[in-house]
Write a new protein. Sequence first.
Lengths: 384, 237
Amino acid sequence: MFAMAASTWAAGLQVQGNVGKLIPIALIGYQGEVAKVLAFDLQVMGCKIVAKGDASFVLKGKNGPNNLTGVLSDNAGNFGFNLNINGAAPRVLAHALSNATIKAITGQNGIAHTRILFTMKTAAREWEVFQSDFDGHNPVALTNDKSIVESPMWMPDHSGLFYTSWMTIGGLQNTTVVKHNLKTGKREVFSRYKGLNTGGAMAPNGLVALILSKSRSTDVYITPPKWEFLKDIKGEKLLRLTRSREEKSSPTWSPNGQWLCFHTLIGGKHTLVKIPAGGGQMVSIPTRGAFRPTQPSWSPDGKWIAFTQQRGGFQIGVIPAAGGNAKIYCEGEDPAWAANSRNIIFTRRAGGVNKKRMAILDVPTEQVKMLPALRGGVGQPAWQ
Amino acid sequence: MRDVREKENIMQGAIYLKTLAVVAALAALAANGCKSATTDVTNIPGKTLATNGGNGNGNTGGTGGNGNTGLGPGGTGGGTGGPEITPGPGFGPLGLPGEHEIVRDAFQKIHFAYDSAELQPTDLPNITKVAEYLIQNPQHLLEVEGHCDERGTEDYNLSLGERRAQAIAQALSELGVTANRLATKSMGEKMPIVQGSDKESFAANRRGEFVLYVPLAAPANGATPQRINLTPGAVTP
């Protein structure tokens, strides 16, 4: 990891009053990859890179092979910080300086050090789960199953993930929810009942939401604590939350673990709903102004639900968590929130379903930044 | 017409062998769990792909001997020990019997309207032929695959594909096929048979497919099982 030495860190910056406005900032003295990383990171988190004369803030410094300096000030001459960061690769150092800059300007924690999961098509009829930096750099394959894989989801402590794999066991290919420990590499079959097995959304208290069709209709189930599939082959210990033949998809927990939100159809109409974690009545979440909402994603601060609207193509929308008027932001699908509850990563089709690219939306400023294109089409990103 | 064949070595009725097979599969799963596939990724300009999780704690061996080259230390081998697995209710992930071959496309595909899992009256003759075949061949099992076009999110299409498969399986059950001889599998939008973004391609891709599991004849003397003379075309309606 990197080391960050702050010779001085003052709180004298003039903080932006309007959080919905792009923050004009000038970058002075940075070269090459570091300059590009700083610009990308700061734009993702709500900044606009401008000349010094147009800037509200100035970040000035220089970068060497293993070190990076930065002095932040505002256009009134107030001093922010003077940092010397070293001991890591240039991209890591730049991400750290980006985070420090956003923290000093807005008071919010940055997300430039975080990582994402996503699926990528690697060959004909083959997809794998990948992990990368939040900006799509340093992608690493986490699976090598040469099969279909969908819906990678972080465990709440980010020590591992769940995903849906079409793996063949005992001569039969079947959807299987896999639990994957990122520290040890160990994987286990988490759910492999007859029919559909997907979901794998883990709540902070460890309960896991699954979507199964073992009882013929596709329904939402919740595992009890410390539940093991091999000890419950018939699924008798699972809590069944729904009993209807309509499709269910995209389970997402409220951050306090009290509600499970997902997509289903009510009266033939695509609807976002929620159910108490302990079971009970299914509650519709109003999405006024949205058309065919699917793929809900509950923000980490609990205030918002992002979703995909399908009107012609696909668009990213956001509603208050209790429901209300939907605001549609941009073309895209597969939304997932960052830890700061203001950035949303999503995918956008670029010439077909197999050529999807990732992009990041900054909700308050509505600024969208495309991530680098990878060889295979990507899908279903999940943000650490 | 494609004829995909696959053999396996699980003896019918020998649950303990099934357990070993599943445990072995789990071990293999763990072994392959974290191999990097760096050659399959486009290099981002100016950046060499990492073969590790990014923090430089790479591992190329692993204490479990599982060849883990991914994140962190090696796995523990996975699947060691574990409880005996009891097969699930009927044909399913844990209930596939002895040696068999897989026959695809022996029956006509069933097609669906956009965003629908409803069967049409015109589908009934085709589904009836499948049911009659299964009733006449009680040792044969059937998997129904549900497929979608690309006009939907991946998450929803996975569920829609399952509902399509379930609708066909339900119809077969109502025509007299025992439910434990039927399995369903959604492929979502991942396996289109036509590449294209026009109405005709979408219509072709919204479908249910039938996959027959035909047991190989098992001689009493323990010799190699013989393939049943099944010609897929012979049962094509």
